[in-house]
Write a protein that binds this ligand. Structure first.
Ligand code: FES
Length: 392
């Protein structure tokens, strides 16, 4: 990248004035911007003036632009010296901007620079015949066709020392030249044979068709799974509801059918209930349980809560003689609760029949249905069923 400063005084013109055409054009340009924002026109105006001055910006022209746009001279000077599109020294008829950035350098821009140095001389000097001058610039955005140069307004790409020399010869001779790739390729199409995406199936629709089929199958599978899940949840809810309903009414033909599951004791205080053979002050017990639970941390586990309010019933590792009693015969115990009791090591009527208040409280709390064991009198039912088992 060359140092960007104004041309020496010796080449600077003594005066500058806008052409009538540029005057009119400038008036129209400035009118496009809101009042007080005429500085926004600085780049197009500098560009126009550069064209008028034969491809470069004399100091007097920069000063004229700053006056016309009512901008401090330094602000216009900053713009003119920042962008390489503005030339600060006289240029040849064909002004060559050579890209020296990495992609072009890796593809041979050093060879192109040698050609320029040999034919024209150092950067920013005009050839003796006045036809050429050159400048090394940063990436011009045509890296895919590197190395490349911009000559005046056009790009010339895929350069080699040979085709670049010929290009300069043709320009000097006033011949018509091809803009763009000097290797004959269109835009940035592959230079040789296509090496990627060569499978014909990509273009006959078969690959896309296979993908579409796969996506459709996957979508159908997801929909079927969602439907099955919804149906399963519905069935589970129905089963749970049926279990709850069955728990409210004793089963027909059951030994305890017709017996009230919760019986007030005639001469006991209202809050006392007969639970099995005991008379229990359930209200007081509920209060006691609530107090004990309140002392636990909020994230206590179900087991910690159950331990706080009662005693874990004695468990068996497996059913005696490998045959569990049918706990579902106890009104209020359905398949789900039977499974939960099995998980606690409870398989037989006589195990439940032995539960006292601590065990009832523990199981009620652990299985999150406090009070239900009493209301449904599991213990009483279990005693009857256990007695029946013994007799048979
Ligand atoms: S690196 Fe040369 S055009 Fe981008």
């Amino acid at each position: 990248m060359a140092v960007r400063r104004l041309a020496p005084e010796a080449v600077q013109p003594k005066a500058f004035s806008f052409t009538p055409e540029t005057e009119a054009w400038t008036k129209e340009l400035v009118a496009k911007y809101p009042q007080g924002r005429q500085a926004s026109a600085v780049i197009p105006l500098l560009w126009r003036v550069q064209t008028d001055c034969g491809g470069w910006l004399p100091q007097k022209a920069i000063e004229a632009v700053s006056e016309r746009l009512e901008m401090p001279y330094i602000r216009v000077y900053e713009v003119a010296t920042f962008y390489t599109m503005f030339n600060l020294e006289p240029v040849g008829k064909f002004y060559v901007q050579m890209c020296g950035t990495t992609p072009c350098m890796l593809r041979g821009s050093n060879e192109i620079r040698k050609v320029l140095e040999e034919r024209i001389g150092a950067q920013q000097t005009v050839s003796e015949d006045g036809l050429f001058s050159w400048l090394e610039v940063e990436c011009l955005g045509a890296c895919c066709n590197a190395p490349m140069v911009q000559i005046n307004d056009d790009y010339y790409e895929d350069l080699t020392p040979e085709n670049f020399n010929k290009l300069l010869d043709d320009l000097a001779a006033g011949k018509k030249v091809n803009i763009g790739s000097q290797a004959g390729r269109k835009s940035s199409e592959p230079q040789d044979d296509v090496k990627t995406l060569t499978d014909p199936a990509l273009y006959d629709g078969s690959v896309v068709g296979a993908w579409r089929k796969r996506f459709e199958e996957e979508a159908a599978q997801r929909a079927a799974e969602a439907k099955a899940k919804a149906e399963k949840e519905k069935l589970e809810k129905e089963a749970e509801k049926a279990e709850k309903e069955a728990a409210v009414a004793p089963k027909k033909g059951h030994p305890d059918a017709g017996r009230a599951t919760e019986r007030p004791v005639a001469d006991a205080p209202a809050q006392q209930k007969a639970v099995g053979e005991e008379v229990v002050d359930l209200e007081a017990e509920d209060k006691d349980i609530a107090e004990k639970l309140a002392r636990l941390s909020r994230d206590a586990s179900p087991e910690e809560k159950a331990n706080a309010v009662g005693s874990r019933p004695k468990a068996l590792k497996k059913p005696r003689k490998d045959k569990a009693d049918d706990l579902k015969k106890i009104s209020g115990i359905g398949p789900a609760n039977e499974e939960k009791l099995h998980n606690l090591g409870i398989y037989h009527y006589d195990q439940i029949a032995q539960w006292g208040r601590p065990e009832i409280r523990w199981v009620g709390q652990f299985l999150s249905f406090a009070g239900r064991i009493d209301r449904e009198d599991w213990v009483g039912q279990a005693k009857t069923l256990a007695a029946g088992e013994r007799e048979s």
